[in-house]
Write a protein that binds this ligand. Sequence first.
Ligand code: FES
Length: 931
Amino acid sequence: MEEQITIALTINGRNISPTVPAGLTLLSFLRNELKLTGAKNGCNTGHCGACTVLVNGEAKKSCRLPLRRLQNAEVVTIEGIAAGEDRQLHPIQAAFLAAGAVQCGFCTPGMILAAKALLDKNPNPTEADIRSGLEHNLCRCTGYLKIIEAVRLAAHWVRHPLEMKLEMRGGYGRSVIDIDGFDKVQGKLHFADDLYPGGVLFAKVVWSSHPHARIRRVEKAEALKLAGVAHVLTAEDVPGHNGFGSLTQDQPVLCGDTVRFMGDAVALVLAESEEIAAKARDLIQVEYDPLPGVFSPREGLGKDAPMIHPQGNVCKHLVHTVGDTAEGFSRSDLVLEGHFSTPFVEHGYLEPEAGIAFWSGDVLTVKAPTQFPFELKGQLAAVLDMPADKLRIQATPLGGAFGSKADATVEPLIALGTYHSKKPVKLTLTREESMKRSTKRHPYEMDYRVGFDRSGKLLAVDARLVSDAGPYTALSPRVIDQACIFACGPYEVPNLRVEGWAVYTNNANSSAFRGFGINQVAVAIESLFDEAARKLKIDPFEIRYRNALKAGSATPSGEILRDSVAMQEAIAAAREALKEELPGIREMAGAGKKLGIGVAAGFKNVGAGKGKVDDAGAVFTLLPGGRVRLRASAVDMGQGIRTTLAQITREIIPLSETDFEMVTGDTTLTPRHGGAIAERQTLISGNAVAQAAEKFRAALAREAARLLARPATELDLVESGFICRASNRTLSLKELESQLSRQGRTIEIGHTYIAPKTFALSDSEGRKSVPPEEYRNYPSYAYTCQVAILEVDPGSGKVKLLKVIAAHDVGKAINPQKIEGQIEGSCHMAQGYALSEAYPMKGGVARVRTLKGLNMPTILEAPPVRTLIVEKPEPCGPFGAKGISEVATVPLTPAILNAICDAVGVRIYSLPATPDKILDGLSRKRIDRTP
Ligand code: FES
């Protein structure tokens, strides 16, 4: 029994004297005992700062702080910084909303408290002061720029509180604040781990100890003897199909005979407390017969490679050809070749996977941060052998996801736990478990050959892409399909051959990651374009402009582009912006450093496409009191889709702040949803909402006209009611609803939007089924050109990114501030991908276990980003809008590599471009020059 201590301290102004275990941390005490869940547990190792609170006015990470050290301390949490009414905000909280510094909101309470500690000591900080004050707090969503802006604004508002102003609501084109922003800055938004259902059993997982092994025996008797242990579940306890997966359900919920990677689950313990569950987990003994493993895709393709699945190690193979590459190369004046490689990358969202499951009557409900609630429901129904209508999935707010929460992690386990125990079950992964279990960006090995004529026209591309799919299928086939479609970049190319492989290995599991296979191929094609521009002495913008896709162009896959093709416009915008910046650029590099400028372009699909039905629905209901409820197919991952949908609604139906509510991500309440993926929601869900809103507005007008006995054409819909122009009579939505309800009626209108039919690249039969002009792979595309300006220290090989120019075609900007936020956050990820991030593995075992080890850029490295929004409306998008959340990650990585080459003449072929690789390149150059 652990020693107990009693300490006296003040929390948010309240004096308390709890008796607690001597080793209890402040974070556990706040969250588990006081239910002050504004402090988040992002890593438990003191690296992320999401648990930051104020202790005697200092910002402290509560996950590393034992309560016993806090005798007589004064603790302030996010719940305590703004005294007063529910909606009252501290100026720092308000500034975070006004500046758009809040995306998923998981880091936000910690950031705000770190900012408060800074401003309390330094009321007028410089930008450098802000960066250093917040350097211990990570944010994976924003790219930090809006956080810096928020702290600057907060400093002003603390001194001038009367100037505080928030744009609460508005329609299309306005930078209104996040619809869930108040909850986010107040720490009231409840993520899955913030939920504490009564009578809950806590789950712990026995993970595989080997990357590839046969399971000989699982001994659970000792664990079951432990008081407080309710169940120990193994493979034989799975009632239905023991497998889950977004495309092929080949990942066991609990492994029965074989483990294929270190993230495989072998047993599940359910107990009355987390501590007991952990103890019981450690008592379970699993005996294995280790098997030889496959640790690279090339090994996996070898003739004598160990077989990971009975059907072999090839997850997907496809070849796509257009024209005649031999002829194209024979006509080329310049032929370039390159072998490029990219590593595994961890998504690095701050919220580790968590979830709860429980029974409501005969319906089993799972609440978890999923991007794919409807697909997940189908998978769990098969696992539990239950009818799908007896399952309900509710997507809890996602503390970042970036693709990884499209695939299930904890959900099959907690559903199984509740199925057997009949009790609520909660499972929250530690950061180490999250990194082991969750999917990663695919590593690629890429061999490219490209041919250009003297004028820089691209004549031929031959590319071979080999991706590491990891042990299970997940979304790997779709990722490699997509990589092949985008392998030639946003350019016209008459002759091409692209071959793609996704190969099973015993490494980490790979799947969706922001960009979905395009980021890797962009590194190769954009590096070769840069090389071609140098060799042909053509401006890097110009060579891209000459080859760029435009309306009427055929994409490399053979789709004829129709509308909203703004590649050339984005290139021209970036070129003009760089011209304006040039006079100041010379002064940017420090003494002894080499300045470099790099350019890259990119495009990405909007909508999942590739044969998947891209649909979404929206239902509007008039509620008592005249409130309007929207139930929409959408999941907000922090990118702000809920705010976007609210703006689309308000553009069509003017509604006050209190007269509107929205439900998303609930398989019982919302229409079917194809997932929060492929930057599809603005276009697909937005269309459903816009079209449903038009119908709902018309229905409201019809009823109002009837009740006012005036033609609908005489009525104007103003905020939350109608006014008759001729008679000046008004009818509020409240009165309308009340009169309808007296007649036993209400108004509920829905609409389903289905995007045009699409085809996978590998679907050759589908291609033949439509006329060539109707063949398409995706509903739409977004285009971008980005410029990296950086300095390289030739002595150390270190790179500092000084500025980014990002020109983006978004169709039409519904919320310009949110678009900037997506671009800045994407640039942050692309910067990490280029310069520092990786998830290295050796023999199937990860070499890093903490967030720190991932080398994600911090606020100290965030460069200014000049965003240029190019608007070329997409006819099938709501108000002409299309997506932005992923495409912005695509070109900056190669732009940085090109800038490094510009600075020091070293071309990096293998990510990340670490100082060692740059120094190595510099020393090779010196050797080459030695006579
Ligand atoms: Fe900072 Fe999501 S808003 S981690």
